[in-house]
Design a protein around this ligand. Sequence first.
Ligand SMILES: [Zn+2]
Length: 455
Amino acid sequence: VDTLFTPDWLLWDGQLRSGLALAVSAEGTVVGVVKGAYAGRRLPGRILLPGLVNGHSHAFQRAIRGATQFVSAEAGQDDFWSWRELMYQAAGALGPDELYAVSRQAFLEMALAGVTCVGEFHYLHHAPDGRPYANPNELALQVIRAARDVGLRIALLRVGYARAGHGTPPNPRQRRFIDPEVETFLRAVESLEQELRGDAAVSVGLAPHSVRAVPLPWLEAIREVRSRPLHMHVAEQPAEVTACLEEHGARPVQLLDRVGLLSERFTAVHGIHLDPDELSLLGRAGATVCACPSTERDLGDGTVRADALLEAGVGVSLGSDSQAQIDLLDEARQLEGHLRLIALRRAVLDPGGGDPSGLARRLLGLATQAGGRSLQLPVGTLSPGAPADFFTVDLRHASILGAPEDRLLAAVVFGAEKAAIREVAVQGRLIVEEGQHLLQQVSATAFAAVMRELF
Ligand SMILES: [Zn+2]
């Protein structure tokens, strides 16, 4: 044992416990817990929880926060598709240095929000004219460097993108995303993995963008890679379902099942416009749906039916996606909140049993363990052998002050503001202390400079 972290409360074995210290090895893995309220690194007035896992992120989209909240004169109305054109503008303007600066700022905001691990769905690959950089993985490596400089664990979900859509003419704004062949995409994944050997906090997954952007032969080739997490945007907008029915005579999840892509390694990002057959296909496969409620609300996508998904045996994880906001606990709140607005009742996802913190524990599980499972990483839970990735919340912060013991977890999940988050550790190393990160000033200055250039 190298370090003992001693908070007032610690989530261990699914229960909040007091008088325990978390024992962490020199390599940054959890050894266990020991009794001893005064030992080691004291964290008085804190509750210590497993680090939050942000299952779906496009870091560069932090650059367009607040920039798209109006109806443009030409568009006449604003929806997902008009938002997408503005997002493409930002995507087209960022070179390697700018991408690094914007991504670092997004990851920094995540760290300050208690996130210790991010699944980065990365689709910016080439120079603005569509040609590969000297190192074809240049931009992926910039994003990974940004996450590692902040101290986050990152699963780089390398996107495969082939086309604008079935029977749709090429969109020049997608030039930076597109690989000519599925082999180019799969080779890029392998070479990225090679370049990253040695950093245990970085992993690589496959991310065919969507059934719109990837044709059937690509899906069949991707099926043959059986060892990596597989993430895909699925049924975010009704138009995607209609187009899939037209091209394949099947809904998106039915198509993916037919191709043989559904498994425990598969995560459908969004999974909003699903029919009951698709729910049970995902459930039988043991797949995950990654909900991104603040983005889905912002873009007018619809509501993830987490109640029906969990009922069908589908895992549900959470992501900040477009970075409209970065607050994973609030994503959990919104997931439950959106269901209440539909169902006209409260505590929709409560597993039952009358535990005042039962619903909060379940929601926290979606923001931690479910994300780890989706990224195929042993994170999201504090147990012997797992990486010591955690965050603490200040029990004296105004947003949760005064919560009784049996409702403490509910107070945190439903009430804690980001400012209540004080320490954040990845692999046993504190990257945030007293609510501060060492790179805060440097990152803010660089990010502001990029934003002045962009707008
Ligand atoms: Zn996305």
